[in-house]
Design a protein around this ligand. Structure first.
Ligand SMILES: Nc1ncnc2c1ncn2[C@@H]1O[C@H](COP(=O)(O)OP(=O)(O)OP(=O)(O)O)[C@@H](O)[C@H]1O
Ligand SMILES: [Mg+2]
Length: 360
């Protein structure tokens, strides 16, 4: 195994380096200035191209990808919003890898994010001994992206304090960042732009300043609408994760179907047969379903030497579904006791039989 293979999660441009190289080689279409791929090739990197053997990496509306790419070729940033776990971060990573060949210029927004982590900071030992210089400057992702002409990712922008959010206003509109200590103006090179993500469950985009909103095109990323597509994604992702964890077999499809259906019904607050359910306060996203499917496979294999089964789902659900809210655990219990017996098939029966495995 090479170092990249042993990394828990290599960045997109390494994980799919072969796809990027192939697309680059075949790409005859004009590219926006500073881009590594044309808009069409970047789109195929993300939505897949069966003729070239390129897998689909983001499942969703292809027109969203068109709009996102076109928006990034303009001088407005792109803001991806949506429910947690709808692959906003994944999409921003894929877009950066396709456009700049680099998805690592990333700022993680949070309550404690400072301007130093966004624009630039200083190596204080060198600053004291030598004064401000190129050597003592520590460029943060924004300055690095502007100088190199690359996409910068700003994760969870709206979790930052408002005044910190607004610190990117002028560089977004004037495309220049002043470093007064060096008497330097860092002009953004072609290819630079910003992709921000914001989750609708955190402090939402409503509080963003109107000035900052104006500098972004907004795109909403929705959960996957149909069961078949979501099931196929969960199966593919869980199989890949399990292989990395040394587990040769994913849980059988019937078990995954039960898992994905359970997540979808608890998420939407309605069953396939139209019964209303109590909606969960915990996030029951596709991303969560993938991680539960991974855990189910691990349990089966490392505890019993078998593929994961329905009882493993019950054991893994409590940690996802009942994080900070005992009412959610009661909702899951009601689902297992009242809805699951109405469903047909051995995997549903096994899920019902395992209901006492739910803690509490
Ligand atoms: N439409 C989708 N296409 C591909 N993968 C998806 C999709 N929806 C969910 N996933 C799965 O979810 C994971 C991505 O979750 P990601 O962290 O990008 O979501 P997010 O929207 O950024 O969540 P959060 O708001 O919590 O930050 C992917 O690795 C994949 O396994
Ligand atoms: Mg995210």
């Amino acid at each position: 195994m090479t170092a990249t293979e042993t990394r828990q999660r290599p960045p997109a441009e390494q994980r799919w380096a072969a796809d990027l190289a192939l697309l680059r080689e075949r790409d005859a279409a004009p590219r926006p200035p500073g881009w590594q791929l044309s808009v069409d090739a970047a789109k195929r990197f993300i939505v897949g191209d069966p003729a070239l053997g390129i897998e689909r990496k983001f499942v969703g509306d292809a027109s969203l990808i068109d709009r996102a790419l076109v928006s990034l070729a303009t001088t407005r940033g792109l803001l991806l919003t949506g429910e947690p776990g709808t692959a906003k971060s994944l999409l921003s990573e894929l877009l950066s890898a396709a456009i700049s060949g680099d998805s690592t210029l990333t700022i993680q927004g949070g309550a404690a994010t400072t301007e130093d982590q966004i624009r630039y900071g200083w190596n204080y030992a060198l600053l004291v001994s030598e004064g401000p210089s190129e050597r003592s400057l520590v460029p943060a992702p924004m300055l690095r992206g502007m100088r190199a002409g690359k996409i910068v990712r700003f994760e969870e922008l709206t979790r930052c304090p408002l005044e910190v959010q607004d610190s990117i206003l002028s560089l977004l509109s004037d495309r220049v960042l002043a470093v007064p200590e060096l008497g330097e103006m860092a002009y953004a090179v072609e290819g630079f732009n910003v992709i921000a993500t914001a989750n609708t469950r955190d402090r939402g985009v409503n509080e963003m300043s109107a000035a900052l909103k104006r500098r972004f095109n907004f795109e909403t990323v929705f959960p996957i609408p149909d069961l078949r597509t979501e099931l196929a994604l969960v199966e593919a992702e869980a199989t890949a994760l399990l292989r990395r964890s040394g587990v040769p077999q994913a849980p059988p499809r019937e078990v995954l179907e039960v898992l994905v259906t359970t997540f979808r019904e608890l998420r939407s607050g309605a069953t396939d047969s139209g019964d209303a359910l109590d909606r969960m306060s915990a996030v029951m996203s596709t991303a969560e379903a993938v991680s539960v499917a991974h855990a189910v496979g691990l349990r089966g294999w490392y505890l019993r030497g078998e593929p994961g089964d329905a009882a493993d789902i019950v054991a893994c659900l409590s940690g996802t579904a009942a994080k900070d809210n005992p009412d959610d655990l009661a909702r899951v219990r009601r689902y297992l006791e009242q809805q699951v017996p109405r469903k047909r098939g051995p995997a549903w029966k096994a899920l019902h039989d395992a209901r006492f495995g739910l803690p509490g």
